[in-house]
Write a protein that binds this ligand. Structure first.
Ligand code: ZN
Length: 321
């Protein structure tokens, strides 16, 4: 129900109902309409400008999620780069020092870095943050490739060192915990059978007949035969120019062509050939030349034990062969 307005009439001295009529009435309606339209437009643009459409809201949310993921990627890249630097430090200053190898030069590590970045700049030039991160990942990948190759080389070096080490005649050929079975020094001595001074090019270990004899390094049996002087003798060829010989054995435990490991039983102590008592005559050759086997025994001995071995080995006891 429309609200009724009243106006004071001076002639009748009364308040009487009053209504706009004609143009005034239409002007009032026009004013209301204009004000309503203005408010509606203002509300619409305010909504569009400040709130945005549903699509824009979704895009904004996706954009935010992408920024978060990008930040995570950047953090991971930084962490991976720091960890890689630690590996490079260990590579250059630990492993290569231990393996007696030169550290990689910076130029070797940087070779090829940035090669594909130029191409990417054409595509990513408008997005410097993306380009920087992309470059960081590219550099990381390159350094990682270089480091993987370097570690492969280190692994090969380690295997080579291990093979060289396992090939060295580094243990005693018979169990000799008390170190008192070493009988004669390396060098010239009066031969008990030929009764004259002859160079003794090995070490003798006195032991009961049948005592096991061990290969002193990894290698391959190249001879296992009976000699008039050596008796039953085994020759083992090791890598890296080493050869060992085990003479006067009572029996063989290997044959020619066998591949043996350090510590493997290859025969048993005896007194065959030119020998006056059960013992092992043991020789080491390097590049075809005889060397004193005592110099290779450090591996299973303490310094004190090694000194005792040298002292015993220097005694001129009664020769056995
Ligand atoms: Zn001997």
């Amino acid at each position: 129900m429309a609200r009724i307005q009243y106006q004071y009439n001076a002639e009748t001295c009364r308040y009487e109902p009053w209504r706009l009529k004609g143009k005034a009435r239409w002007r009032r309606y026009a004013t209301y309409f204009s004000a309503s339209l203005t408010l509606a437009l203002a509300a619409y643009y305010g909504y569009v400008l400040n709130v945005g459409s549903i699509d824009e809201i979704i895009l904004q949310e996706r954009n935010h999620a992408l920024k978060v993921q990008w930040q995570v990627l950047e953090n991971r890249t930084r962490k991976a780069t720091a960890e890689l630097q630690q590996l490079i430090e260990k590579d250059d200053h630990n492993y290569r020092v231990i393996l007696d190898a030169e550290p990689l030069q910076p130029s070797e590590r940087q070779a090829g870095v940035g090669g594909s970045i130029k191409l990417d700049k054409e595509v990513l030039g408008d997005f410097p943050v993306v380009l920087n991160s992309y470059s960081a990942v590219q550099n990381l990948k390159h350094q990682l490739d270089v480091e993987v190759q370097s570690y492969d080389k280190l692994k090969a070096m380690v295997n080579e060192k291990l093979e060289a080490w396992s090939s060295r005649p580094a243990i005693q050929p018979i169990s000799n915990k008390q170190l008192d079975q070493l009988h004669l020094t390396y060098g010239s001595r009066f031969h008990p059978i030929f009764h004259k001074y002859i160079d003794h090019k090995g070490l003798d270990f006195s032991a009961p007949s049948g005592t096991p004899i061990y290969a002193t390094g990894d290698g391959k049996v190249i001879m296992a035969y009976t000699s008039s002087s050596y008796g039953n003798v085994v020759y083992i060829n090791h890598h890296y120019n080493f050869e060992t010989r085990y003479a006067h054995m009572s029996a063989f435990a290997v044959k020619v062509g066998d591949v043996v490991k350090r510590g493997q039983v290859i025969g048993y102590v005896g007194s065959t050939g030119n020998s006056v008592a059960a013992h092992l005559h043991y020789e080491v050759l390097f590049k075809g030349e005889h060397v004193n086997p005592i110099n290779f025994f450090q591996r299973d001995l303490s310094n004190k034990e090694y000194q005792k071995l040298i002292e015993i080995g220097s005694r001129q006891d009664r020769p056995l062969d």
